[in-house]
Design a binder for this molecule. Structure first.
Ligand SMILES: [Zn+2]
Length: 389
């Protein structure tokens, strides 16, 4: 990976051949077409408000530095702006007259061609400070993370889009990063986060790749389209919708549907039964983790850890411990009822409270309640052994 510091490019160099697209409201190219000002992974132009855009030109006219900018060298030898697009678009609009605005000089609104010639020349000759990075996608991503782009913090997927820029990424983004897509609402049922901030694209990559979005993007970088990714993502969401009738956010949004699909999509389910079981667990006050309900049901209702079933409180544990221990001392046996049944050295051992765990006599899954009448204290070993049954 290579980074070069450029201090020789001026406002005039960068603004050369600048084009502003009024339909999309963004700056497109600079440096006579060699600079892509707003690559697709970038945020929209936000400075066009008559304040921040004016402030950029005002700063330049006063000789204030605009701060560091970051470009990436693309495989075809051009540059893309990683950080600096808001500032560049602002001064380039003014300098090039493409979608220009006026700035106040000596109490009068001025456009580029009404500045006095000295001032205009000084503005065009203002040098900028630009870091240019080139390297492998991995190197560029690592570098992006390190510089922690001021003002435009890119998230993990935005960084990946930058590092793996190309036809595949563009095609995937055109569908999966488009908030006005007709499918966006359906995605939002299953994916948490913002479409614009690449949450859907990221979920699609993670689910379809089995948790390796970087590897997937690297392998498909030069693909002419993203049909495999989009089709795989749609298959997972289609399966989720056909299998689990519930669509409420806490039950289905943000689950790892890629993992659930991989593990369970070949199993037969009755959606009516799944729906009824999920509804019953939602209504069960002992189930404290709603997010675990759907994975628990799809997995065949075996892994109760997913549900975080209510546990006995400290007062119940202490009361039951005291009763059990008093009785055990009278009988001269261990206060763990399972140890007391055995013949080993622990048959008469009296455990401390800290050495014991509370156990549901009748398991929660068989209808046992979480109240003192269904609580017994077991030594750690026996409780673990019982839990694993
Ligand atoms: Zn025991």
């Amino acid at each position: 990976m290579k980074t070069e510091l450029h201090t020789d490019w001026t406002v005039g160099d960068i603004a050369a051949g600048f084009v502003f697209d009024p339909n999309e409201g963004r700056g497109l190219f600079g440096m006579d077409g060699r600079l892509v000002i707003q690559p697709e992974y970038q945020r929209n132009y936000l400075y066009g408000d008559g304040k921040r855009d004016v402030a950029v030109v005002d700063s330049l006219l006063k000789g204030y530095p605009l701060g560091l900018m970051y470009f990436v060298r693309t495989p075809d030898g051009r540059f893309e702006v990683l950080d600096g697009q808001q500032r560049i678009t602002s001064f380039a609009r003014f300098v090039s007259g493409s979608n220009p605005f006026a700035v106040d000089v000596d109490g009068r609104p001025r456009y580029m061609d009404s500045l006095d010639p000295d001032m205009r020349a000084r503005l065009l000759a203002t040098p900028l400070t630009v870091y240019v990075c080139s390297g492998t996608p991995q190197e560029i991503q690592a570098w992006f993370r390190t510089v922690n782009i001021v003002g435009v913090p890119l998230n993990a997927q935005e960084l990946r889009n930058a590092a793996y820029a190309g036809p595949f990424t563009s095609a995937a983004r055109a569908v999966l990063s488009n908030p006005s897509s007709a499918l966006a609402q359906r995605w939002g049922t299953y994916v948490a986060g913002s479409v614009k901030r690449q949450a859907v694209l990221q979920a699609a990559l993670e689910w379809v790749s089995g948790g390796d979005p970087d590897g997937y993007m690297a392998a498909h970088r030069s693909d002419p389209d993203a049909q495999g990714l989009i089709g795989g993502f749609e298959a997972i969401i289609g399966w989720a919708g056909a299998t689990v009738p519930q669509t409420d956010a806490p039950l289905v949004r943000g689950l790892d549907w890629g993992d659930l699909y991989r593990r369970y999509h070949t199993r037969p389910y009755s959606p009516a039964e799944v729906g009824a079981t999920v509804a019953r667990l939602v209504a069960d006050p002992q189930v404290t983790d709603r997010h675990g309900i759907v994975p628990y049901v799809l997995g065949g209702c075996t892994d109760t850890r997913l549900l975080h079933v209510r546990v006995f409180d400290a007062k119940t544990r202490q009361t039951v411990y005291a009763q059990q221990t008093a009785r055990a001392r009278e009988e001269g046996v261990s206060n763990c009822p399972l140890c007391a049944l055995g013949s080993g050295p622990n048959r008469t051992r009296v455990w401390t409270l800290a050495e014991m765990d509370a156990d549901h006599v009748t398991a929660w899954s068989r209808g046992g309640a979480t109240d003192p009448s269904n609580c017994q204290m077991l030594c750690r070993t026996h409780n673990r052994a019982k839990g694993n049954r």
